[in-house]
Design a protein around this ligand. Sequence first.
Ligand SMILES: C[S@@+](CC[C@H](N)C(=O)[O-])C[C@H]1O[C@@H](n2cnc3c(N)ncnc32)[C@H](O)[C@@H]1O
Length: 185
Amino acid sequence: MANEDVCSYKRAGFFDSKIRKLFQNPNKILSPYINKGMNVLDLGCGPGFFTLEMANLVGESGKVVAADLQEEMLIKVENKTKNNHLKEIIKLHKTQKDSIGLSEKFDFILIFYMLHEVPNKRKFLGELKNLLKNEGKILIIEPKGHVSKENFEKSVRLIKEKGFKTSKGPKVFYSYSIALEKITN
Ligand SMILES: C[S@@+](CC[C@H](N)C(=O)[O-])C[C@H]1O[C@@H](n2cnc3c(N)ncnc32)[C@H](O)[C@@H]1O
């Protein structure tokens, strides 16, 4: 698989396994960033490994937009929420390869193992900036091994060029991690 290829929905099981929870626990990773009532975006949500925990954290007064390029991934998220209260909190959104296609503003955006799949990162980061509230945060996590240190550092340079302030993200098993905020003055 080339670095920028989109991870097929046929591999969704790999990203949704019970074992993954042991070393990438969604609550541990996300609870410092998400509070009740927030409007949050899981961009490149895949089968929803993080989406459901995001919905638990924002609660009934909040909203989660689960966005993915692949309809099949969104159907997997929908199936998980069909028979419970989370379906009121989670809204599904299908993106285009070259456009996220959302206009609302978010308190928090998660981009987990997805940035390396975006061919035009410059355009993507510009669009992302418009989706973030001034006081909002973005968390980008990328897989070590699959993404080289050099390529991750290249993305970080681009992130800074696009006017984001960066800080250390949470520790995530075998991953690069960075938190982004807008520079507002
Ligand atoms: C490796 S999976 C990770 C899924 C999930 N974030 C996780 O960690 O379990 C990457 C996901 O990003 C999605 N994706 C890739 N490019 C995208 C884009 N431009 N817009 C939205 N989703 C995208 C893919 O369809 C895939 O579901």
